[in-house]
Ligand binder design. Structure first.
Ligand SMILES: [Zn+2]
Length: 172
């Protein structure tokens, strides 16, 4: 009984370790570039940090269901996962318990981020921050680009029960 349990545990841990090593080795290159990360987040959540649609309700960003609030929260969560998981090598459970996220949240967001990156490759959107000048595909860039960049590092995102997001505040 004990041997069997031990074997299962070892197998479980081995599988997990193998999976993690494989994932960690494949850090998307653009994540090393703060501006590229900010660009990526803004493309995926263009309404992040824009004003709430229902300011009179007086609810928090995390509680409100309007799109600006949902995208603000989403961009914040993605920034955390990029910084702490992809770049910071923290475990899923460490990140989740530190932020009161449900177990599985980090894995789910990692999957979403990977899908977004894969989709952007298909779209031909540059993955690195090495592009110079104005982006060619202006349809993906909101007109208030600079304003949004400025706001990315604001206290609004970092106020979601987390410390300031270094990646974003550097950009701002
Ligand atoms: Zn709202």
């Amino acid at each position: 009984m004990f041997d069997r349990k031990e074997q299962v545990m070892r197998k479980g841990m081995g599988v997990k370790a193998t999976r993690m090593v494989w994932k960690r080795k494949r850090i998307p290159e653009f994540m090393g570039d703060n501006k590229a990360v900010a660009d990526f987040l803004r493309r995926r959540s263009p309404l992040a940090n824009t004003p709430c649609k229902y300011p009179d309700r007086g609810v928090s960003r995390g509680t409100c269901s309007c799109r600006p609030c949902r995208e603000t929260m989403k961009a914040g969560r993605w920034a955390v996962v990029i910084r702490d998981w992809f770049l910071g090598f923290k475990s899923d459970s460490t990140i989740e318990s530190g932020r009161n996220w449900k177990p599985g949240t980090v894995g789910y967001i990692v999957q979403q981020i990977r899908r977004a990156i894969a989709g952007e490759r298909l779209d031909g959107i540059p993955r690195t921050g090495k592009k110079r000048g104005r982006p060619r595909n202006t349809a993906n860039v909101p007109p208030n680009e600079e304003l949004v960049v400025q706001n990315q590092g604001s206290a609004e995102i970092s106020a979601n029960g987390s410390e300031p997001l270094a990646t974003l505040s550097k950009v701002a």
